[in-house]
Write a protein that binds this ligand. Sequence first.
Ligand code: HEC
Length: 318
Amino acid sequence: MKSATSLLRILIFIGLAVLIIEYTSEESLMETLNANPVLWAVLGMILLFAIAMEVILYTLRTLLFRGLSLDAQEKYLAAEADRQDKQFGWWKRTYKKLVGGRPMAEEHEIILDHNYDGIKELDNRLPPWWVYGFYATILFAVIYLARYHIFDGTDQAGEYLQEVAAAQLEIAEYKRNNKDLVDVSTVELLTDPADLSAGKAIFTELCVACHKADGGGGIGPNLTDNYWILGGGIKNVFNTIMEGGRDGKGMISWKSELNPGEVAQVSSYLLQFEGTIPAEPKAPEGEIWIDPDAPQTGTEEILLQVVDSTAASVIDNE
Ligand code: HEC
């Protein structure tokens, strides 16, 4: 018993140390330990320390015990046994109840008539822990059957889909509340009318002087065609507005004036110009930009699209 409690104390000690490491670091326990090998040494020291404490405690106790008179030793032992009995009494009684064995003295009552070469058989009752466990499985089976086969509960695949849907809602909510966390690698085209009208307000205030209200272009290039100097699509446009155009061309970096959320809004707004026909379109500049992430279309189709849009503007100009 003594050594069992010692062991328990040592384990609790180490467990505490491990828990502290786990809670004070962001990464998982193993990652933290591997990243800081010194921690292994610290854990080792703690283990040694805990063992040393137990050894010292044990030695002290033995020394004191030996110092006692025989009478006192006996009294001490009796008190100790009594204490242990009280301490673990409940556990011991429960354990006995669950095992449900009959005491050796009563074995003659349950002995069976089977005798094989002197090996006899006792007619013990099933141990209560086993019986209760068995009842529990029956109950479980009934509930399980009712839930999944009678009332058609959601199965694992369904639960997974539900969780994914819930998580997606949370992500959308998070993005809505943290618009400024976007950067060029995470920015996405916004479609929410509120975002687009905020983008329009920014565009009207800061950009129309050079790009015109309809995006037709002036000092700045035409934003309505599919020709882009610095690349089209939300990511390139976001990047251009954040970092500015080529040196000396007149398009400054707007990141000191606009925060990333606002840049995403104005980018999404101006991307709506593409394909519209402005009052005085500036001649295309740059190159036709093809979204590398778009589903592949054949070259012919792209050429057709280009011919189409030129035809449209010719008709419009007439
Ligand atoms: C002082 C004039 C001026 C203002 C104001 C201005 N731009 Fe520009 N913008 C330009 C010029 C000039 C270019 C071409 C840059 C280059 O050639 O590198 C350009 C390029 C761009 C491009 C890239 C076009 C392409 O073909 O790659 C985008 C997108 C753009 N501007 C958006 C904006 C937005 C949004 C605002 C308002 C926040 C704005 N601009 C304000 C002058 C301006």
